[in-house]
Design a protein around this ligand. Structure first.
Ligand code: SF4
Ligand code: FES
Length: 361
């Protein structure tokens, strides 16, 4: 078997522990217990091997990565492996001293999550008081001069506040604002009926993004992550299965995407048992949906298959029970009616969330 082209990105899920309880979280319902997490030394070895494999960028993520007391050690290991590190955080627990230590270790950027521009609504969606911590964290990052990005997961409860959210990001000094329409995996799938927006909300939000792009003139990068349930077009999930990136879960499970642990029979390898090079190039889990040979009709004969890779395997499984099916988000899928039924139904009143609860793990 010849080696696959190397990955360039690693999503390092350092812990599933998190002080927040966001209902849109894409972490699995069965969260990894803290006692099963890789040690700092094991993460350092993952970073060393990832650098050798060709990875140049890592998101230090979770859960909340600041809960790891050895985050500085892991950051330093990535830095010495030649990997650009970006911290993905809620901001809760970030102090000036912690940030200075992370910068010393080689941290290159911070992506901060925000739930809403209104403090009360933000705290309600996050399931605890946290807006003030986020505001403080943004100020600390700005003082260090590190690039600051905001990650805003959009759904029925905050899409109408898009103008306020962009204004907030600009006032906090964010260079990049990711407006990420909810992708329905893990807890987000569990909360789908409360999170699904209306088509009208999305149209208004799209128009607002266009207005802001013109107004900001490129000074702040606005990234719109498409709501694939509504567009009739499958997303090129992960840039293709086992094509450009990999995820390592808190317990060392290596996955082609963060949600893939839910796929039956995948038997994902673990970095405790195998080198990353073998995992990427020779494991069955990473080969399973790589390339095009696994595709069924209509993807197999479709002109778009090299652009969208048949969409998302995890979504195909979640909606049809068959991970090799065409993603039902695609209008050409024989299962597209499943998506139409979901997006055509009127929302049933105010959102009632099932909050993410770490203790379930
Ligand atoms: Fe993409 Fe498959 Fe739909 Fe063609 S049929 S557009 S390859 S998801
Ligand atoms: Fe797993 Fe799309 S989230 S392939």
């Amino acid at each position: 078997m010849t080696d696959a082209p190397p990955p360039w990105a690693l999503l390092a899920e350092l812990t599933h522990g998190c002080p927040l309880h966001c209902p849109y979280c894409s972490n699995p319902l069965e969260l990894v217990r803290r006692s099963r997490e890789l040690t700092g030394a094991e993460w350092a070895e993952v970073m060393r091997q990832a650098g050798e494999l060709g990875v140049v960028h890592t998101h230090l993520s979770g859960g909340e990565p600041l809960l790891r007391a050895d985050l500085e050690t892991i950051t330093a290991a990535a830095e010495s492996a030649g990997i650009y590190t970006q911290l993905v955080t809620s901001g809760v627990g970030l102090t000036a001293a912690r940030l200075a230590a992370l910068v010393d270790a080689g941290l290159r950027g911070v992506q901060l999550s925000v739930q809403h521009a209104d403090p009360g609504a933000s705290d309600r969606i996050a399931g605890r008081r946290s807006f003030a911590d986020k505001e403080r964290a943004a100020a600390l990052v700005r003082e260090t001069g590190l690039p600051l990005g905001l990650n805003i997961v959009l759904h029925r409860d905050n899409l109408d506040a898009l103008d306020d959210l962009v204004e907030l990001g600009v006032s906090w000094g964010a260079q990049r604002i990711e407006l990420a329409n909810t992708q329905f995996y893990g807890w987000a799938l569990r909360n789908r009926s409360a999170l699904l927006p209306t088509r009208e909300q999305l149209e208004r939000a799209r128009e607002a993004v266009e207005r802001w792009r013109e107004r900001l003139g490129g000074g702040t990068d606005l990234v719109w992550v498409v709501p694939d349930y509504f567009d009739g077009v499958a997303k090129p999930c992960m840039g293709g299965w086992g094509a450009v990136s990999l995820t390592v879960a808190p317990d060392g499970t290596a996955l082609p995407c963060p949600a893939a642990a839910a796929l039956p029979g995948l038997d994902p390898p673990n970095v405790r048992d195998h080198p990353l090079d073998w995992i990427w190039n020779h494991s069955g889990a990473f080969a399973r949906y790589r390339g095009e040979s696994w595709m069924k009709e209509p993807c197999r004969g479709c002109a778009h298959r090299a652009e969208d890779f048949g969409g998302c395997r995890c979504q195909a499984y979640a909606l049809t029970g068959d991970a090799a099916a065409t993603d039902p988000a695609c209008a050409l899928s024989p299962d597209h009616g499943l998506i139409r039924a979901l997006t055509g139904a009127a929302p049933a009143g105010a959102a009632r969330y099932v909050y993410r609860k770490p203790e379930r793990g």
